[in-house]
Each structure stands twice: as C-alpha cells, then as structure tokens.
Ligand binder design. Structure first.
Ligand SMILES: [Zn+2]
Ligand SMILES: [Zn+2]
Length: 605
C-alpha cells in the first residue's frame, strides 16, 4: 500500500508542468507581516465565552474580553436543521458585541471551514471589526465571500502564519499549525495579563498528513511554559482510538480508480481541500480528466489552485461540454452533494435535472464523506436514485477508508491534554454530550472536577491571576438568516413556517352582522396543505363549522363581544377539535367579515 502511495506521488510530480512550478513559486512570496497594534498593558480580569460553538457543531464564535479590549476567534455559521423551513444559515446573536463594539480589536480565524468563517459577512455588517487575521487559504475564501456579497467594508484582511505574533490591545496572540481536513489550520495562543489561554481550533493529530505536520513541539513548549485555560475540539470525543490518517484514504480511493471502468463521479465536501488533492492525484495516475461541478466546489477549487493548495495540470481540467469528446474511462466528475443536499450537483445529477450530466449503467459514484447526523435519509434517497439508474454506488458504509474525519478521537484528545497540561479546561466545538465526554477525559487524566467547565453559548469564564471561575451569562441565542438579510428571521416566523410545513392550515370564514350579534350564514371551514382524510375530511370540516356556529351563538349571548373574542373562540374550538380528531396542530386562520352597513360601527368597537 505504501508503495502505491509513492507511485501516485511520483507520477504527480512527473506530470506537473513548469507552469505549475511557476504557480508554486508565486505562492512562496513573503506574506504581509501582521501590523502591530501598540501594546497597552491593561490589567483587568479576562472574560472568555462562546457566542456559538457550544452545544452544537457549527457557528463557532469565541471571545476573549477584558475591561478595555475584545478579540473574537472565528465567526462561523451553522447549517439549519430540516425543521427550520426556509432558513439558509443560523448565526449567533451579536447583541453583546454591539454593546461593547468600541472594545473590538480584531477577529482571528483558525481555518477556512464554513463553521468558522461563514458568518464573517454578517459579523462585519453588524459590528465594526477593524482587522481580520487569517491564514492564507482562509483569507482567500473570506475575500471571495466579501466580493460575492458585494459588501462595502473598511475591514483589513491580514494573513498570519506560524511565526506571526500580533498584539491586539492588551492581548498578545500567536499561532501554531495543526492538521485538519483543510490546509492552513491553526490553533491560537492568547497571552493576557491574567494568564495564558489556548484554543486548538479544529484539529486531529495526523502523523502522516497531506501537507505540513502539526507543531507538536510547540504545543509541548506551551505546555511547559504553562497554559491556564485550554479550549479544545470535542467533535469526536465519542470515538475510541485515533482518527485514521488522511493518507489512508488515498489507498481506498486509488483502489476505486483501479476498479472503475466507466465514468467516475466522486462527491465530497468542497472545503476538504486535502481530500480533493488526493482524488486529483489518483485521477492523474489513472489518466482521468477532471470536471468540477457544483458552485461551492468550483469556488473552493479555484481558490485553492490560485494559491497553490491544489496541484493538477491545467490541461486535465475539463468542462461539462467536453464530456461528449472524452471516453468514459477518461472521466472524473468531482461534485458537491455528499450530504444529499437538495440543490447540490449530485442530487440534481441523480434526478436528471443537471444540464449535460446524467448517470448511466457502468458509472461509479463515490460518497467520500460520512453523513452528518440528520442527513442519513436525504443521502439514502440520492443513493437509491443513482443505483436505480445503473450506477455502482460506494459509500463509507461499503468501504470504510474512503473518508477519514478531520477531528481528534479519544486517544488524540488525551495526548493533546497531556501535552498542553492546562490548569483549567473548557471543551469546545461540539454538542453537549461531546463536550461532557471530553470533560470526562480531562478528569480521567487527573484534572480536578471544578477545573473542567462544560458550558453553553453565552456562559462566561473569568480568568484572574491564573485562576478561572464562572461569571455571569450573556445573551447568545440563535439568529436565523433567510438570504443575506442580516436582521434574521424572527422565531415567530420560523414557528409559523414549521406549523404550515408539518400540519398545514385551516381557515374559518365567519360572516357576521355585528349590530344584531348574529351570523349571516353558517361559518365555512377550509383546509390547505392539511393531511387528506378523503371523505372523512368533508365530515371534519362540516362538523367543525357546526361547532363554530354553536360556539359563536353562545358567545353572542354575552354583552360586549369584540372581533378578538370571535377570533379567539374560533381558534380555540377549531384547534381543539382538529387535535382531538387528527392529533395535529394546524395553523388556524379565522377570517371575520362584518355586514357592510355595520362597518363604521364595527370599527369603533
Ligand atoms: Zn474545520
Ligand atoms: Zn469546525
């Protein structure tokens, strides 16, 4: 297997032309040195908290704040769960940051994944961030976001690397390289007057990485010097052992290339640049040309190629229109949609709506990813559809090694804690049970119970003179984003959409003669998007109408009846009735119309 790896790499190096070397040289230009903001020695307790990232995998936003200065680490989005109908992203509430805006010195980005950079446009529209420090690839991705969304901003984007040291207000910030599923991933060390805080960012300890090594020697030096508070990635805290190296995936993918005779379609996360490189290495070895489809995949590959993170000869990149002239055995289609997302390329290919690409007998389709919890059903749908069309579909349930996580398993978490030797520990980046298990690991290694903090977004820790205690809670609820609108969609709108989506709607038309307190005609009940009960449905609507009529006649017997009373009575009768009969809670919409001649009087009421 190792031999195979070497063969693949040799072949890549042979075929890469001079043009590529030039590109690589371009990327060796020295990075712009981060500007040093004058260091102010300012002594006050330091508050550490997350506005997003705790109790969830997504919208990572961690803050370090004292009386004078505030720095933000990462600004991510979370992709909405299915029940958030019509929501594109979930971001944290920036209410607290708006309140203390004048203290914000900088935003630091650990790496270019969406759960760490996706909310940058929303953050810089909400508050004034003077400068963003990010590694090279993340910088490029952020710049693209700002361009795509046509944001006018004065924010400075500055690249950092493993030798950079930035002074942001009273905080001294440095960076150490880690291994993860995207190149240029870093952990961040923040020295404050009260003690040292370190966050690992997303990482795994990959001893044979695709790309540079994790700087274990620097981690151990930081540990020797003393880390007061450590925040670390908890995503895989349930997984025993050690996360397999990304290099293992190469062998599995290479085997698939060996066996595939027809076209090969591989979908993976567009952000997984290391994986994309491995797939392209195999394509080159097997002389397959690559067609990239799916908007986010095209953007990610373009960005990564521009900065030398993806090496593949230009002549091997082809367009969809070239498919006709290529033999099936010469084709690799690299696409988005490994999570079964409705609008992604793979799903559109599967349901025949992707212009120029359809699947047929003999094609091999590979899902080089593992399902994010909750996406299983959508993926199964796409897998079934592709299989029906004659494709040989390979998921990581069939061949385990076609995906490897970018996050550390339990042994790596133990090693991480052993090297950093933190005094206090705050598990980060994970759902509650992941944080809890990660906390238990620290206790198992001998950390006292009251030195481990399992927190929620908005909870604060106070670091003072190398001691950590828990502080007051800040506001940190979810904000739902529909499109690019920064104001978010209110919770009430989401609730309504959810009811309409799940249970449909029942409208009740009431024609009223308010002057004489009587109904002009029997109420009419209609259902929309409501579960169909066939003939029984007519029975339900008729019965509901009769009950409304009886209820309203009874209501008219009392003295002062307002329009609201009528609406509330209708809602109460109809919702109770429908719940009893169907166990559903449709949205009830009463439409109350008064007799024309009563209108002015009715308004006065
Ligand atoms: Zn990540
Ligand atoms: Zn992440």
């Amino acid at each position: 297997m190792i031999r195979k790896n070497i063969d693949v790499m040799n072949k890549v190096d042979e075929i890469l032309n001079e043009e590529l070397e030039e590109k690589a040289n371009e990327t060796k230009k020295p990075v712009e040195e981060p500007k040093i903001i004058p260091h102010k020695k300012y002594t006050s307790p330091v508050m550490v908290y997350a506005l997003g990232g705790l109790g969830e995998v997504g919208k990572n936003t961690y803050c370090v704040e004292n009386d004078n200065d505030l720095i933000i680490i990462d600004a991510g989005v979370r992709f909405p769960e299915d029940e958030l109908v019509g929501v594109d992203y979930v971001i944290p509430s920036y209410k607290h940051l708006k309140d203390v805006n004048q203290k914000i010195r900088a935003l630091f980005i650990t790496h270019g994944h969406e759960d760490h950079i996706g909310a940058v446009p929303f953050l810089i529209k909400s508050v004034n961030v003077p400068v963003i420090y990010a590694p090279k690839l993340a910088c490029a991705l952020i710049r693209q976001k700002i361009l795509d969304q046509k944001i006018k901003t004065s924010v400075k984007l500055v690249e950092y690397n493993d030798t950079s040291v930035v002074t942001a207000g009273s905080f001294k910030v440095s960076f150490f390289r880690v291994t993860h599923s995207i190149p240029d991933s870093y952990g961040i060390c923040i020295d404050t007057t009260e003690g040292r805080i370190v966050t690992t960012g997303d990482f795994k300890i990959d001893l044979t990485p695709v790309g540079p090594d994790i700087e274990l020697h620097r981690i151990s030096t930081m540990g020797e010097e003393g880390v007061d508070l450590l925040l670390a990635d908890s995503t895989n805290a349930e997984k025993e052992g050690w996360t397999p190296s990304e290099k293992n995936v190469l062998n599995a993918i290479n085997d698939i290339f060996d066996r595939a005779h027809g076209r090969l379609i591989i979908s993976t996360f567009s952000s997984n640049v290391s994986r994309i490189q491995q797939i392209l290495d195999c394509a080159l070895k097997h002389d397959r040309k690559c067609i990239i489809v799916g908007r986010s995949m095209v953007t990610a590959v373009d960005c990564a190629r521009k900065f030398g993170y993806i090496r593949f000869p230009d002549s091997y990149f082809k367009d969809v229109s070239d498919l006709k002239t290529l033999k099936d055995s010469e084709i690799l289609i690299l696409c988005t949609g490994s999570q079964g997302e409705a609008m992604a390329a793979l799903n559109r290919i599967a349901n025949g709506t992707f212009k120029g690409i359809s699947v047929s007998f003999g094609d091999t389709v590979v899902f080089s990813s593992s399902p994010i919890p909750g996406n299983g059903a959508s993926i199964a749908k796409v897998v079934n559809q592709l299989t029906r069309m004659g494709a040989n579909v390979i998921t990581n349930q069939i061949i385990k090694d076609i995906h490897s996580s970018g996050h550390p398993s339990r042994l790596e978490l133990k090693m991480n804690l052993k090297l950093f030797k933190p005094k206090y520990f705050m598990p980060a980046h994970g759902e509650y049970h992941m944080l809890k298990l990660h906390g238990d690991i620290a206790k198992e290694l001998g950390m006292p119970d009251d030195h481990v903090f399992i927190l929620a977004n908005g909870d604060t820790l106070i670091l003072k003179d190398h001691k950590v205690t828990q502080g007051e809670r800040l506001q940190a609820e979810d904000v739902y984003i529909d499109g690019y609108d920064i104001n978010g969609v209110s919770t009430a709108v989401i609730r309504d959409r959810k009811i309409l989506h799940d249970d449909g709607m029942v409208s009740v038309l009431v024609l009223l003669d308010s002057k004489n307190s009587r109904l002009i005609s029997p109420p009419r009940v209609n259902t929309v998007g409501f579960v169909s009960y066939g003939k029984y449905e007519n029975h339900l609507t008729r019965h509901a109408a009769t009950m409304v009529e009886e209820g309203l006649n009874e209501l008219f017997n009392s003295k002062h009846v307002t329009f609201n009373d009528i609406k509330n009575t209708v809602r109460s009768i109809v919702s109770k009735y429908y719940f009893r009969k169907t166990q559903r809670n449709p949205m009830i919409i009463p439409l109350v119309l008064d007799k024309r001649e009563n209108l002015p009087a009715a308004r006065k009421k």
